[in-house]
Design a protein around this ligand. Structure first.
Ligand code: SF4
Ligand code: SF4
Length: 433
């Protein structure tokens, strides 16, 4: 029986959740931070042990506790292997949210967060202005100075991909059916940074969906789903953005909401978790989340794959390897759909990485906050890619896309990274290359 005696509400997590862990240790050797450090406190089991001790009032959330929690990538690989069904993501998000009030961050971190999470991400104008400023800094070569001024974090900043020219940074215009032959409807979630950094991926996604017989529309006024907020200890901000996301799409009941960013899709499928104590919003969140579907799982069904296959030409994309984004394989349990789609492209060879489900080190903003850990994990992935012989690394998540792009530009200039929508869209072109 638990010795839990702390006042209700005082703990960082729900004590009962911590009791799900049976301490078997199966998760240890799959956890990237345990692999990096060898420390139990940097493992899933160790972190849950600490959370439970805190919930029982046996330890205080001191600096070492905070470090154990904040070093987690929230890659969710521990959830994939756990035989007890531990809901690690939910515990970690709750813990980080509570830590924010019991161990307030310094003023600079608070300011950066208030601006980044509160002003920039929820606003299309804010994102556009910020990416425009980054573009200017890249043109003037200022980002090359960042490593000198900011060390490892500056190197992470300097390795960000080039912001595309303004003409490419446009939201989708999908008012009319693309070809007139579509028989199904879907919303295509454009995302917050996607239109600015990966507008080409959104355009490719829309073209591939049209080829599969799907007429998609977008909500230009919608920006951020709140995934970064939830992962980084701002559950209030995450709830606000979840509500606005639900409102933006709920008038069109039953139409699927297709998401080409694995991290966002995984988070939106879990919206009900944010509203367990709010019955009205819980119902609305459940209705919304049941419509969310990843781009690859939506396409890899016969009703869409068959028409898509009939449109795919012989591709010159060569040898490809798919690297599973953590929030696609561990977060959403989607593993076969991207491989089914790639295998449908005539002329390409698809090879497997040795460990495609290992985290690339991107992990939301982890690569900016903990660049050394992030680089070490990416170095393993780059070696894995080299061994596979693939020329193109295929992903399905913008964070991973940026991480790989930065690593390949520095270490493997002959190789490239593409979103799976781009690979498929190229095969739709008559002279696919
Ligand atoms: S989410 Fe990833 S980094 Fe965090 S404890 Fe689980 S396996 Fe380790
Ligand atoms: S695999 Fe699950 S039950 Fe086993 S130690 Fe890890 S979190 Fe606990």
């Amino acid at each position: 029986m638990s010795t839990f005696s702390r006042e209700a509400g005082a703990a960082l997590i729900e004590h009962a959740q911590s009791l799900d862990c049976i301490h078997c240790g199966l998760c240890l050797h799959t956890c990237p931070t345990y692999q990096l450090t060898g420390n139990e406190s940097a493992s899933p089991r160790g972190r849950i042990h600490l959370m439970r001790a805190e919930a029982e009032g046996r330890i205080e959330p001191d600096h070492s506790f905070e470090e154990a929690m904040n070093s987690c990538l929230l890659c969710l690989r521990c959830e994939s292997v756990c035989p007890a069904g531990v809901r690690f993501e939910s515990m970690m998000e709750s813990c980080r949210d509570g830590l924010d009030s019991v161990r307030p961050k310094g003023w600079l971190a608070r300011l950066a967060r208030r601006i980044g999470f509160g002003r920039i991400l929820p606003s299309r104008t804010g994102i556009r202005f910020t990416l425009g400023a980054l573009k200017l800094a890249q043109i003037l070569g200022l980002t090359r100075l960042a490593p000198l001024l900011l060390g490892a974090r500056g190197r992470a900043l300097a390795s960000l991909p080039s912001v595309p020219p303004r003409a490419e940074r446009q939201p989708l215009d999908l008012a009319a059916p693309a070809s007139g032959s579509e028989t199904q409807e879907a919303w295509l979630m454009e995302g917050c940074v996607m239109p600015e950094l990966f507008g080409r991926v959104n355009r490719a996604s829309a073209a591939v969906l049209a080829a599969a017989g799907v007429h998609c529309r977008t909500r230009a006024e919608h920006t951020c789903c709140g995934a970064l907020h939830a992962h980084n200890g701002d559950l209030a901000g995450a709830r606000d953005l979840a509500r606005s996301t639900i409102i933006a799409f709920e008038s069109s009941e039953n139409i699927p909401i297709v998401v080409n960013s694995a991290g966002c899709g995984s988070h939106m499928k879990e919206y009900p978790r944010l509203f367990t104590e709010d019955p009205e919003w819980l119902d609305r969140a459940q209705a919304f989340s049941s419509r969310v579907v990843d781009f690859t799982e939506f396409l890899a069904t016969p009703e869409r794959l068959d028409p898509l296959k009939s449109r795919l030409g012989r591709s010159k994309s060569g040898t490809l390897a798919f690297d599973d984004p953590c929030h696609l394989c561990h977060g959403q349990g989607v593993r076969s759909a991207p491989r089914t789609l790639l295998a449908a492209i005539p002329g390409v060879e698809v090879v497997e990485l040795e460990d495609p489900e290992a985290c690339c080190g991107s992990a939301g903003i982890h690569s900016m906050l903990r660049p050394e850990d992030s680089s070490a994990l990416l170095a393993d992935k780059l070696r894995d890619l080299e061994r596979s012989g693939a020329q193109t690394l295929v992903t399905a998540n913008p964070g991973c896309h940026m991480q790989w792009a930065g690593g390949l530009a520095q270490a493997k200039p002959g190789k490239q990274v593409q979103h799976i929508a781009e690979v498929l869209a190229k095969a739709l072109e008559p002279d696919a290359s």
